[in-house]
Write a protein that binds this ligand. Structure first.
Ligand code: SF4
Length: 411
């Protein structure tokens, strides 16, 4: 996170600092405080000649009361508020589209960057659980994605750029704010209970920004979320899974989608670089890092159900074998076809049979409810009608047709 403060108190001695505040002039491009970690914000205030504790105060205003106007920060002196207004801002990405479904699902499309910018999408899915009402936010980490998973509409956009911490945490800020905008500031509270880093992009390929955003999610001066309620979902960037284990304690989910290397190479091409054996071993190391006090008791396995592709009884058997030494919960996801998708959704009966095989073997295996269909909010449909800039769907369809032809001629 860059900091563009125009003056600093670094060169003032202690006495000078206590009697004179640095003169601050308005700047052309203001510093956005929204994505700054506590340490960055403390340094920011120290550079201004202020005490470090101001960071915690401003963080609470931003992330717990959803205040963006410094004038409303009543426990901060008028002089400091004026100074802050001149040089910094608190800014979530611009919402260009929002849609709230009848079932409670909410979707936002954000513009990130200047001018026309690029679009990313965030989806909030409500559900009842043992602890009451759960609100899970699916957050994007990149514009587009380089990994080209064949069932994913985001992959078809190709990669455009990484999101900044302010753009990542800004999605959580906006989702919370959407419930609080008409509530008086003093009565506002944080509403989103769970976060999954599972939107557009591969979060482990935008590692630093994702890590510092997740640190804000866990920070008591910001969102104060439980580490078990923040989940990072990866398609399997093995070295970064090991790094994550060292840097933060959050839950881990793997976008697996296939039980053998041959099929996974087709569905999730990063598998060619980090095949299943390496991936499962990295998950085992991740769980072994800390004891039971951590959020690392199991890995969540995401498995999209593609009709006739990965949903057969033999695939369920292969999955059992693959996961036998990995504490895991399996989440079966009915595929949501998007325009030109080369796959269809597995039948309900097929999904239930698949689930039964896994449950009978002792795995906790759930079927994800399809939510928000009326607003195109389901996973894999990010940014609505995605332009197939890379023509990947077309290439894939050709490949499938060729394969069918070979099978046909082989009789
Ligand atoms: S499934 Fe995830 S990693 Fe794969 S292309 Fe889509 S966004 Fe990227």
């Amino acid at each position: 996170m860059s900091s563009a403060v125009v003056v600093s108190s670094e060169n003032l001695d202690e006495k000078q600092q206590s009697v004179s505040m640095p003169v601050v002039h308005a700047v052309e491009k203001k510093v956005n405080l929204l994505g700054m970690s506590r340490a960055e914000l403390e340094k920011f205030f120290e550079d201004l000649g202020e005490k470090k504790f101001r960071a915690g105060q401003v963080m609470k205003w931003m992330h717990q009361y959803f205040v963006t106007d410094f004038a409303e920060m009543s426990n901060i002196s008028g002089k400091l508020r004026e100074k802050l207004e001149k040089i910094c801002e608190i800014k979530a990405p611009e919402v260009v589209h929002r849609n709230y479904s009848k079932d409670g699902t909410r979707k936002w499309v954000f513009r990130v960057g200047d001018g026309e910018g690029s679009l990313v999408e965030t989806v909030l899915i409500p559900a009842e659980d043992k602890t009451g009402a759960r609100k899970t936010l699916c957050i994007s980490s990149q514009v587009g994605c380089a990994l080209d998973c064949s069932f994913c509409s985001t992959g078809k956009q190709g990669f455009q750029r990484d999101l900044t911490p302010a753009e990542i945490i800004g999605q959580l800020w906006m989702a919370n704010y959407s419930y609080m905008e008409d509530v008086p500031v003093a009565e506002r509270e944080r509403t989103v209970t769970n976060v999954v880093m599972m939107g557009m992009g591969e979060p482990l390929l935008n590692y630093d920004a994702v890590l510092s955003s997740m640190q804000l999610m866990l920070d008591d001066f910001a969102y104060g979320m439980s580490k078990r309620r923040v989940t990072l979902s990866t398609s399997g960037v093995v070295p970064k899974i090991d790094q994550l284990a060292q840097d933060i304690d959050v839950a881990l989910a793997i976008s697996l989608h296939a039980p053998n290397d041959e099929l996974r190479n087709e569905l999730v091409p990063i598998n060619k670089k980090y095949p299943l054996q390496q991936l499962i071993a990295a998950c085992q190391r991740y769980l072994a890092k800390d004891g039971n006090e951590s959020s690392r008791r199991h890995v969540t396995i995401e498995y999209v159900m593609l009709d006739g592709v990965n949903d057969k009884p033999e695939h369920a058997q292969q999955l059992l074998k693959l996961l036998k030494n990995l504490p895991s919960k399996i989440n079966l996801i009915p595929f949501n076809p998007f325009p030109h998708a080369p796959y269809g959704r597995s039948s309900r009966n097929r999904i239930i049979a698949f689930q039964k095989t896994l449950s009978d073997a002792g795995f906790v295996c759930t079927i994800r409810q399809t939510r928000g269909d009326d607003i195109d909010a389901a996973c894999g449909q990010l940014v609505g009608q995605v332009a197939d800039r890379t023509r990947r769907a077309e290439q894939w369809k050709k490949k499938v047709a060729q394969r069918q032809e070979i099978l046909r001629t082989q009789g």
